[in-house]
Design a protein around this ligand. Structure first.
Ligand code: FAD
Length: 432
């Protein structure tokens, strides 16, 4: 009899909670990956960096598994159709996988669970993607935190060695199913550079983490880990990173806690998955939603060099530095008064590290409607931000080389006018 291990946001063999349990409890474990048509068919552009990333990673996983006489079974389809097919091909006693927190994933897993149960197949899921989930970090009155600082304090108090211990899957690799599988379907390269070139590398240097607090705000330098895509797809283990952070940098640890925090918000406040503002009163704001201005923002043609540099970096690479994400998001919502959901959706299309929880959290933070909100009257000044964080214009000029030429557009909006305008509009909506 086979036990399936279903890889999703945890595309690695080492230190993988669900994979470890499957291997420990069963002696014939067959790893599978499903290219989910429910997700793929929704992509506007079939040429998607993330799909390319997944292809590269699963090819790599298959090679690693083959070294143990096993392999990765790759299927295309929807889980509704793939599981019945698998059950009719293999004699399956159990399916193991790790938790996923987005609303589509939860529904999908409930459906798969029901189906497997009706067929007498065990379905077991485990926490792997975060350090704490669901109700593991609650306030003294047993309610979810909505503000980061007290959440992070409680998170740190709750943490002990148990939560970061790794799962030594390698002890049980002999329990992998010995099976001769076809190679994963090859795919035509979409023309992006291979992993390690356009995609950030998996290892983070100790020195970088040590210097993180001083360097993280300067987009011109490699001062942050660039691990977000790996955290997104689980090609690195969050437990290993937290151990590193504990030894090297409290500031970096806090960033990893932000990640847990936003998963916690999505879990406890599912209204944000329906497109609503975390603070519902912010849905009264009268956005201007000017389509031409939105287009100028998307293309990096606003006439604000740091904003344009960020958007061009995103369009060209699928990545944008966190400081610049904050600046462009503030600019869209506050300077242009465009609904944060438009920006959220654009980032969702373009970001290699796109993750609903962090992206929604970042956008609502920028617009002021989120949890732990900066006061709504704080409007980033792109010029001052540039003076502080890209003084020599090294980052800006990398992406906007025509900066001082006639071909560079005039600012599409005047900063002082925009600042006054947004304050009035917000005040009116919030009646403060
Ligand atoms: P580092 O600075 O090295 O941080 C390490 C890790 O901590 C990151 O890889 C990430 O997993 C996590 N992290 C850091 N900052 C945050 C944060 N504010 N919220 C949640 N997790 C964080 N991050 C995403 O992973 N996916 C997104 O879709 C996303 N959208 C964003 C949208 C906006 C408007 C803003 C302001 C931020 C967004 N972020 C998102 C958070 C942050 O910008 C990225 O995680 C970070 O830039 C990734 O670079 P890094 O890996 O070098 O991070």
């Amino acid at each position: 009899k086979y036990t399936l291990f279903w890889f999703r946001r945890d595309l690695r063999l080492h230190d993988n909670a669900g994979f470890y349990r499957a291997l420990r409890n069963h002696s014939n474990v067959l790893p599978i990956f499903i290219f989910d048509r429910n997700i793929l068919d929704k992509l506007d552009d079939k040429k998607d960096r993330r799909v390319e990333f997944i292809h590269q990673v699963i090819t790599d996983l298959n090679t690693q598994l083959k070294a143990f006489g096993s392999g990765l079974l790759v299927k295309y389809g929807t889980p509704e159709t793939v599981f019945p097919e698998l059950l009719s091909t293999y004699d399956i006693e159990a399916v193991y996988t790790n938790h996923d927190f987005e609303s589509y994933a939860i529904e999908r897993d409930n459906m798969v669970h029901e189906y497997l149960q009706s067929e007498g197949v065990e379905f077991r899921t485990f926490k792997d993607h975060v350090i704490f989930e669901k109700n593991e970090v609650l306030s003294g009155s047993k309610t979810p935190y909505t503000v980061f600082t007290p959440y992070s304090r409680k998170w740190k108090e709750t943490l002990n060695d148990f939560y970061v211990k790794s799962y030594p899957t390698e002890k049980y690799f002999s329990h992998l199913s010995k099976i001769n599988l076809p190679e994963p379907p090859s795919h035509e390269s979409m023309g992006f550079a291979p992993v390690g070139m356009s995609f950030p590398v998996k290892e983070v240097k100790d020195l970088l983490v040590k210097n993180y607090a001083e360097k993280r705000d300067f987009p011109a330098i490699l001062g942050t880990s660039r691990l977000s895509v790996h955290l997104r797809f689980g090609t690195v283990s969050i437990r290993e990173l937290v151990k590193k952070a504990q030894n090297l940098s409290e500031t970096w640890l806090n960033e990893l806690i932000w990640r847990d925090f936003y998963f916690n918000i999505v879990y406890h406040f599912p209204h944000i998955c329906q497109g609503e503002a975390f603070r519902r009163e912010y849905d009264q704001i009268e956005w201007r939603n000017n389509e031409q201005e939105f287009e100028a923002w998307c293309k990096g043609q606003t006439g604000y060099p740091i904003v344009d540099a960020g958007m061009r970096e995103l369009n060209a690479t699928g990545f944008m530095h966190n400081r610049v994400r904050m600046i462009v998001a503030s600019f869209l919502t506050k300077h242009l008064l465009i609904d944060w959901r438009w920006g959220e959706a654009y980032f969702a299309k373009k970001l290699l590290d796109f993750d609903f929880a962090a992206n929604n959290g970042g956008w609502q933070w920028a617009s002021g409607s989120g949890c732990d909100a900066a006061p709504y009257f704080r409007v980033f000044n792109p010029t001052l931000q540039t003076q502080k964080f890209d003084k020599q214009l090294e980052y800006t000029k990398r992406w906007v080389p025509e900066l001082n030429s006639l071909s560079y557009p005039q600012p599409i909006v005047n900063h002082e006018m925009a600042r006054k305008r947004v304050l009035e509009v917000y005040q009116k909506a919030l009646k403060k």
